[in-house]
Design a binder for this molecule. Structure first.
Ligand SMILES: Cc1cc2nc3c(=O)[nH]c(=O)nc-3n(C[C@H](O)[C@H](O)[C@H](O)COP(=O)(O)OP(=O)(O)OC[C@H]3O[C@@H](n4cnc5c(N)ncnc54)[C@H](O)[C@@H]3O)c2cc1C
Length: 402
């Protein structure tokens, strides 16, 4: 039996792992380490309701953090190293925390603009402190907010800033927002959505640099134009938090590499945004940055850890990813994995009314179902992706629902 588990990362994946360990009857010690000093919280509202000022911070505390799970919290403490041979995690200050089982759930950090100076007024949105810092800057009523990157986080931040009545310029290097994930057609719908809400959307432009001495004053584009800005938000993706694991002996390659059961080494599992596992369903290693996947991984990783000790069957982890994004009054939901080169058919509603369901197809099969303000349809059609239904059959079944 394992006597002690250490969980590094007290966010979605780590807290679900801790909860599952208890739910499965594990009664030993669980030490939960997190560099963030706040009680564990949920992240999606950080670009939406909390940034808008509509929700109090108390509201985003994770349910598992409200329960008495008998956890030994080390909040505000950073894991600095891992010794696999002697099985301990080294914290800042030098303390060693030994383990019989380790859950790596340290997530990812927002990427900074390459080469850009650390000027006042430039923000990212990953942690609660990031969000509160940006919210305070927005409360001051800046003349213009420039958002760099029209991925999901940047697009949501732009929408929230418009909701607060601020002038917003949204910059994107690709030809449409979210093009790589959703393709040019749906990207075009997202572009029109932002423009119709008054966003100054600039597509196909790169950022050459930030101007300012202590505080940012303007964003310089590579086409030579300059956009004055009091507040800049950088939303250009994330990097998995694996720096502290370098030299530990774990395989690191855009995340902690695991087997198909989320095991990274004997007695070590990884879950959430930090983990990269081989998916038989997609025939490649995946690292997914979605809320639901982080929960599923936390739960599966905890069960995997216990399986070593109680002999329960080990499950292969291979779910269909699920994602949503809220922008203005539109909810986008995606089941599966879409890409710009997939076939695309609108099967319910229309792009013009911005209330539709689209199917993505690849290799003769349905690989994604995307809905805009069609939650009931997306839920019902999710099984087309789960079952890998043939493209013609998937189209017929989806159209029958219209
Ligand atoms: C602003 C925002 C909005 C989002 N909106 C959506 C959405 O609408 N829909 C959706 O599906 N997904 C959304 N997501 C994604 C989703 O929230 C993430 O996939 C999820 O939070 C990942 O959870 P995690 O536990 O793996 O990692 P994280 O949430 O990144 O947590 C990792 C934790 O590890 C800690 N940590 C890191 N390094 C160390 C270290 N060395 N020592 C100790 N602690 C460490 C960090 O402080 C952090 O608390 C959003 C994410 C963000 C940031």
């Amino acid at each position: 039996m394992i006597g002690s588990v250490v969980v590094v990362g007290a966010s979605l994946a780590g807290m679900h792992a801790a909860h599952t360990l208890r739910a499965e009857g594990y009664g030993g010690g669980i030490t939960v380490v997190d560099a963030d000093g706040h009680l564990p919280y949920d992240k999606p509202p950080l670009s939406k309701q909390v940034l808008a000022g509509d929700w109090d911070v108390d509201r985003i505390t994770l349910p598992a953090a409200r329960e008495d799970l008998g956890l030994d919290y080390r909040l505000g403490r950073r894991a600095m190293g891992l010794d696999l041979a002697d099985r301990f995690v080294r914290l800042d200050g030098g303390e060693r925390v030994g383990f019989d089982g380790l859950v790596l759930a340290a997530g990812a950090s927002a990427r900074w603009l390459p080469g850009a100076p650390m000027l006042g007024g430039v923000h990212v949105v990953r942690s609660l402190d990031d969000c509160l810092g940006l919210r305070e800057a927005l409360d001051a009523g800046p003349a213009r907010v420039v958002v760099i990157g029209a991925g999901f986080i940047g697009a949501e931040v732009a929408a929230t800033c418009r909701g607060r009545g601020l002038e917003v310029t949204l910059l994107e290097a690709a030809a449409t927002p979210l093009e790589r994930a959703l393709g040019p057609v749906i990207g075009g719908v997202m572009a029109d959505l932002h423009r119709d809400h008054g966003v100054d959307l600039r597509l196909g432009v790169g950022v050459a640099g930030l101007d300012g001495t202590d505080r940012v004053e303007a964003v310089r584009l590579d086409d030579g134009s300059v956009i004055p800005a009091e507040v800049v938000v950088v939303g250009i993706g994330v990097t998995p938090n694996t720096g502290w694991l370098e030299g530990s002996g774990l395989e690191l390659d855009d995340g902690v590499v695991t087997d198909d059961t989320l095991c990274a080494a004997p007695a070590v599992v990884a879950a959430g945004d930090i983990a990269r596992w081989p998916s038989a369903r997609y025939g490649e290693r995946l690292r997914v940055e979605h809320w639901e996947t982080a929960i599923q991984m936390g739960e599966a990783a905890a069960r995997r850890l216990l399986a070593d000790h109680d002999g329960r069957p080990v499950e292969s982890f291979d779910p269909v990813p699920w994602f949503w994004s809220d922008q203005y009054d539109r909810k986008v939901q995606l089941a599966g994995r879409s890409s710009a080169s997939d076939d695309l058919e609108i099967v319910v509603g229309s792009l013009e009314e911005r209330r539709f369901v689209a199917l993505y197809g690849r290799g003769g099969r349905v690989v994604g179902v995307l809905g805009m303000n069609r939650p009931r349809h997306v839920m019902a059609l999710r099984e087309l992706v789960t079952d890998g239904v043939d493209w013609p059959e998937g189209l017929a079944r989806a159209r029958a629902m219209a």
